[in-house]
Write a protein that binds this ligand. Structure first.
Ligand code: SAM
Length: 189
């Protein structure tokens, strides 16, 4: 697979390196379903992907994309906030989880992810991952969503126990503007 050297491409490359056929994955921010579909392509017919979004439009778009691509038996989006992830995945049972923060592309820009639910959702995701499991975060910021979520998440990640989690935050040194930040986390034990 070829991955562009941008934030989304890097998170996809990270997920592709770690997800195997038959895995159980979660897309915590379904949006238009591109990441959910990508995870479905990695886990294949024997795997499962569950996607969360609070907006009915996003759930509809994601499930329509999955049906169009022939992934309806593998993946499913539900209307639910990602901080309720523990209700859908027992501790230590998920192989990989991705978050793509911000607003629904092509949708209402006044509805976006916020730290009040993002931080508990990240913690719930870390609990749900199996040892060796992978978590990718693509931090969009700026515009109407501002910088509070980015700053709160980055501060939160610095507090994670380094014996349990390897956390990598990537920065594009010479790109200008509000370039999304890819974050890669592996649960070590
Ligand atoms: N991964 C998506 C794709 O491939 O199109 C893009 C995701 S978009 C940047 C962020 C999404 O997060 C929006 O659709 C938004 O509705 C959703 N969102 C906002 N708050 C949320 C929450 N508490 N739980 C789950 N999703 C949420």
């Amino acid at each position: 697979m070829d991955f562009p050297l941008n934030s989304l491409g890097l998170t996809h490359a990270f997920l592709a390196a770690r997800v195997r056929p038959g895995d159980f994955c979660i897309d915590a921010t379904a949006g238009n379903g591109h990441d959910t579909a990508f995870l479905c392509s990695l886990v294949g017919d024997t795997g499962r992907v569950l996607a969360f979004d609070i907006q009915p439009q996003a759930v509809e778009n994601t499930n329509a994309l999955l049906a169009q691509l022939g992934y309806a038996a593998i993946g499913k989006a539900i209307q639910c906030s990602h901080d309720r992830l523990a209700e859908y995945a027992a501790p230590g049972t998920v192989d990989a989880i991705c978050f793509n923060f911000g607003w629904l592309p092509g949708g209402d820009h006044s509805i976006f992810t916020t730290p009040a639910t993002s931080l508990p959702a990240i913690d719930a995701a870390l609990t749900a991952l199996r040892p060796g499991g992978a978590l990718s975060l693509c931090l969009y910021y700026g515009g109407r969503s501002g910088y509070a979520e980015r700053d709160a998440i980055l501060a939160h990640l610095e507090q994670l126990d380094n014996r349990r989690y390897t956390v990598m935050v990537t920065r594009f040194a010479n790109r200008t503007g509000d370039v999304p930040i890819p974050v890669f986390i592996v649960k070590e034990n």
